[in-house]
Design a protein around this ligand. Sequence first.
Ligand code: NOJ
Ligand code: CA
Length: 551
Amino acid sequence: MTNSISADWWRQAAVYQIYPRSFSDANGDGIGDLGGIIAKVPYLTDLGVDAVWLSPFYPSALADGGYDVDDYRDVDPRIGTLAEFDDMVAALHGAGIKVVVDIVPNHSSDRHEWFRAALAAPKGSPERARYIFRDGKGEHGELPPTRWQSMFGGSAWERVTEPDGTPGQWYLHLFAKEQPDFNWDNNEVHEDFLATLRFWADRGVDGFRVDVAHGLKKNLDPAFDALRDILLSRDMFHDGEHPLWDRDDVHDVYRAWREVFDEYDPPRTAVAEAWVAAHRRGRYASREGLGQAFNFDLLESAFDAARFREVIAHNLDDADATGASSTWVLSNHDVVRHATRYGLVEDRTPAAGKQWLLDGGDPAAVDAEQGLRRARAATLLMLALPGSAYLYQGEELGLPEVGQIPDADRQDPAFFRNPGVDIGRDGCRVPLPWSREGSSFGFGADGAHLPQPAWFGEYSVEAEQSDPASTLSLYRDALALRRELQTEESLEWMPAAPDILHFARPGGWEVVANFGAEPAPLPAGDILIASGPVAGDLPGETTVWLRAPGR
Ligand code: NOJ
Ligand code: CA
């Protein structure tokens, strides 16, 4: 698995997500950059990850944190240059770390040259046919073509001003209005993305994370026009019948992508971000398609043994059925960090985390110690599962969500578009603390683009790196052990009390997680690693890896 030339490197990989603007700022302008990533290659090597996935670093007005792409084949000048990108790939590859980039095919930004051309061209032109333009309803076309609400709130349609200055057609945007949806029935769009994939694959990129992979293809039948909350109504339509999500013909796109991936040696990999019913995920993860799909089931689960077991068993069965490897995620740039979620007093799901943020993100409403204890236990369990583990920058520090950010500093469109309903995702995107003190806690020489709280230094790399009990040490030790122990083979559940999950992996490796508050008997064996202090019994909210007796 860790062999750098293996075509299967991704199947059991530990992949570290970098949110480039908030990782490390080498030139001191407050924005993380490629130079910062290069500077931290030794850190990533010590951490022991197999690959990094970079969230978008393309030129962008940041209407959605870079998921509004102006040019798919360039680097945002605030983040670096293509030459630096090549240097970064060389440095990461030199350290044995693979590089995955984010590709955003459902929509471009409204500054993309094609969208500008569409605005400058008349109704019915080939330029407009690359996006989804429609006439409005009402006597003068003054009403949006449908009632659909976008994912970030407000209408999913925006009216344009025609080149002659008159109010004109409307274009579809499932996300922010700065993110016009492409028309994936247009072959030019299709061909252009193949060119983009080759552009990055030729530069040595090993894989792609595919944003909103379940979008792209649409059925604009007027029968759906009146459904206001259609984008949220994933359950209303089943098995490819939803007009906007998870349509069967999206797989025609990915079959063509797979042909491109397979032109390379080793073949380029992909992971789909597809929010679809679990039984539809395998289509994205198929060998003929993207190869792997995110499973967000653990991330959406409360800290609960029965729920975790159900999710794990189900996903491993799916992986067996499709031949893809499972994926596991506890945090990413879209949700409240798991060290905070698990410290919320009642519910510990992302939805509850969002509500807590909306209610003011009061630190007193979170038991930070408990949250971190559970986060460490959940992570150590996740790292012991067959399949790839996706880690989000900062979770290796046990970093909590930043609950309180002044409104004036917020950046996420979800906040601006949904006053009082959504506070946005900035709290998990605050630049990382590298040192205990100093300018932006070592992130860069001159401040950070989102404000860091005074307590950030306690969670810094500097504060944790030499402390064997720190969360950073736990991640390093666990990732190192995982490299030795991880195999393709599935797990075997062992009998356990209701609050306990106990399973065996090949080679005498056993994993026991206590989700309850009370200590439980510890099965026999030598402790390889523990998520917290263990003396005698297995304390509550703690996971251990054991070597079974006699192995
Ligand atoms: C999913 C990304 O993870 C999220 O950050 C983004 O806002 C949407 N896709 C739209 O691109
Ligand atoms: Ca910078």
